[in-house]
Design a protein around this ligand. Structure first.
Ligand code: BV8
Ligand code: ZN
Length: 259
């Protein structure tokens, strides 16, 4: 694992296997730790990311599949895509990165978990409260009346519709759609209040989620990025831990436990 430590724009790499002292000190004194995750935290579970080498956006156009227009144009194609992703997610397990984050919940005076992911793996790893900015692929709701729809989806029987006549859709936030207000406001408040903010496994490209680490920085938090490669955030963070989240985050837990 390579570690870069620094701040505004200048940071240096050096081969490291350990967490730098500055971060170890922050971890020991942190009062409100916030972790904000993206698809990278689920990569080691076998869930494809969006923009990586094997990313799903590499093979298909996100606007076509993860947008309301795409759904209205071709609901069958969009439903098939989500059912395919649901099958992947149902067949994988949370990885050590998810479990480390779940463990963090009880190791700090205050802890907030925010995710862009819709794969439900944080809940399956034991996290008790997750601010799901982009919804959750295991839930469905009516496009018109927003009623949740718990029945099993069987596309063979035709596209699911609500008792109000509206179309049923996956309960995820598509491009061009507003994020759930209460969740987004809670995420912004947490970013403003954090004294230690981890941004984990995200390309830092999707708004408004990508603004959270920036808000934390501006509010005086020490921001740590965990990623296998640099992102547009890397030059601004206090520490860049280059490595797989499933390997780096358990190491953070060891520091917290004084090992
Ligand atoms: C909105 C859910 C109001 C469905 C997704 C400014 C402000 C507000 C909006 C915008 C704005 N500018 C542009 C917009 C519009 C748009 C946007 O951000 N566009 C981008 C392309 C610029 N935003 C929106 O439309 C949002 N709505 O704000 O409404 C509005 C509307 C219109 C105009 C203005 C305002 C809604 C965005 C949500 C879209 N829904 N998905 C589904 O999943 O099917 S987006 C999708 O991207 C996923 O949710 C995903 O979580 C998210 C972010 O991707 P990442 O998680 O970062 O994943 P990615 O593959 O990109 O990166 C993985 C990273 O992990 C990489 O860095 C890789 O190196 C790393 N990694 C890999 N393996 C590991 C690892 N790291 C650690 N360990 C490993 N093992
Ligand atoms: Zn309805």
């Amino acid at each position: 694992m390579v570690l870069a430590c620094g701040g505004s724009g200048s940071y240096f790499y050096f081969m490291m296997v350990e967490i730098p002292q500055i971060l170890a000190d922050k971890i020991k004194t942190a009062q409100h730790v916030v972790v904000s995750t993206g698809a990278g935290v689920s990569a080691e579970s076998g869930v494809p990311t969006f923009r990586g080498e094997d990313g799903i956006w590499k093979k298909m156009n996100p606007e076509e599949l993860a947008s309301i227009d795409g759904f209205m144009r071709n609901p069958d194609l969009v439903w098939e895509w989500y059912q395919h992703r649901r099958k992947i997610v149902s067949e994988v397990q949370p990885n050590p990165g998810h479990f480390a984050i779940a463990e963090m919940e009880n190791l700090f005076p205050r802890f907030t978990l925010i995710t862009q992911n819709v794969d439900n793996l944080h809940y399956r790893a034991g996290s008790s409260e997750v601010l799901e900015l982009h919804g959750n692929i295991t839930r469905n709701k009516c496009l018109d009346c927003n009623t949740f729809y718990d029945e099993e989806i069987d596309l063979e029987a035709g596209l699911p519709t609500c008792s109000c006549g509206g179309r049923i859709r996956p309960d995820v936030v598509w491009f061009g759609e507003m994020l759930p207000t209460r969740v987004l406001e809670a995420a912004f408040r947490a970013a403003e209040d954090a004294d230690l903010f981890f941004t984990v496994g995200t390309s830092a490209l999707i708004q408004p989620a990508a603004s959270l680490p920036q808000i934390a920085l501006r509010s005086g938090a020490f921001v740590v990025e965990v990623n296998i490669e640099p992102t547009p955030m890397t030059g601004h963070v206090g520490a860049f831990l280059q490595g797989k989240s499933g390997e780096v985050l358990p190491r953070v837990i060891e520091i917290i436990r004084g090992q």
